[in-house]
Design a protein around this ligand. Structure first.
Ligand SMILES: [Zn+2]
Length: 322
């Protein structure tokens, strides 16, 4: 399998030039990519500017950052043609890699705008090199810029930044520097297209945790009523295990639960409720093995939150009865 490391440059008109019915899309004006083979070596390169069809002028910030002018873009091919060449360049058996998660999302938004066939039937796996860099070199949570990573790794800055090809090239260089078989398994999922059916839902096991992306739901409240979402299963022995703390939500965003497997210990489940651009909902559930001490901490915190909630209710009731 090859890895297609790509980067995009896009444009959106300044607000004062936008009409009421203007689409709120970042229009892609350049695609740059590097193909890495299974030995992580550069096999081929792709670079193309794109003739804008949506916004007739460039945002000044874009123009200054990437040093491209409209005059230059007007002689290029439009997005659907360039995308076709890019798709041919990618081939059949590949995994996308990008710095951060925005590029794959914007690529798909532009594809949808031109009614091009989607990349797949559901969420698209990809390597988020910015995240992988943090996992390899830092705490896995912090995020730094591509340029900063290139400096930290003391890679040669042989071409200027902020053009699609150069940023794809540096992202590929970073990936080469941190590559490992383990890292290759740490895929992220782009959820521009969600699973349509129960069968298409995504469940992946990572070192130390499991991730589950549900299908689309019409109502937010439907998610926690789904049997699979509300279940607590040990992802090691696959048995349904007993809840120690039932699913509860204290912040309006996610539900947590803790369950205990007699064989494999404590597990924490977290369900994040997410809204799509269409106004539908889906859930991302993670299950993580935790030590007994963490269970105690969760238990204590929950008791505090519950007391706080009770108190708030009391205040509300006494205020509304006045
Ligand atoms: Zn178990």
């Amino acid at each position: 399998m090859n890895i297609i490391v790509f980067d995009l440059e896009w444009n959106q008109m300044e607000k004062r030039f936008l009409k009421e019915d203007s689409p709120t899309l970042f229009e892609i004006i350049e695609i740059g990519a590097i193909k890495l083979n299974k030995d992580w070596a550069i096999e081929s390169r792709f670079s193309s500017l794109i003739k804008p069809q949506i916004y007739p002028r460039l945002n000044r910030i874009t123009e200054n950052l990437i040093h491209i002018h409209m005059k230059e873009l007007k002689n290029q091919l439009p997005f659907p043609s360039v995308y076709k060449s890019f798709s041919n360049f990618c081939g059949e058996d590949f995994l996308f890699a990008t710095w951060g998660s925005l590029d794959l999302l914007e690529l798909q938004r532009n594809m949808a705008y031109y009614h091009l066939p989607p990349l797949g039937t559901g969420p698209i796996p990809f390597l988020d090199v910015q995240k992988l860099y943090s996992i390899a070199k830092s705490d896995g949570k912090s995020r730094i810029t591509l340029e900063h990573a290139v400096e930290e790794l003391e890679l040669e800055k042989d071409i200027p930044f902020h053009r699609a090809f150069s940023d794809a090239y540096y992202t590929a260089k970073v990936l080469q520097a941190i590559q490992s078989e383990e890292l290759l398994k740490m895929v992220s999922y782009d959820t521009f297209h969600l699973p349509h059916t129960k069968k298409e839902e995504i469940k992946v096991r990572f070192p130390g945790y499991e991730k589950y992306i549900t299908r689309e739901f019409a109502e937010k409240t439907d998610i926690m009523h789904d049997r699979e979402v509300a279940s607590t299963r040990c992802y090691i022995c696959h048995k349904n295990i007993k809840k120690k703390l039932r699913f509860e939500c204290f912040n309006g965003k996610h539900y947590t639960s803790i369950a205990y497997c007699p064989e494999h210990g404590y597990f924490r489940y977290k369900v994040r409720l997410k809204k799509t651009e269409k106004g539908t909902y889906y859930g991302v559930k993670t299950a993580k093995q935790i030590p007994f001490e963490d269970y105690l901490k969760y238990k204590e915190e929950r008791e505090k939150l519950r007391a706080l909630r009770k108190q708030k209710k009391k205040v509300y009731k006494s205020n509304s009865s006045k």
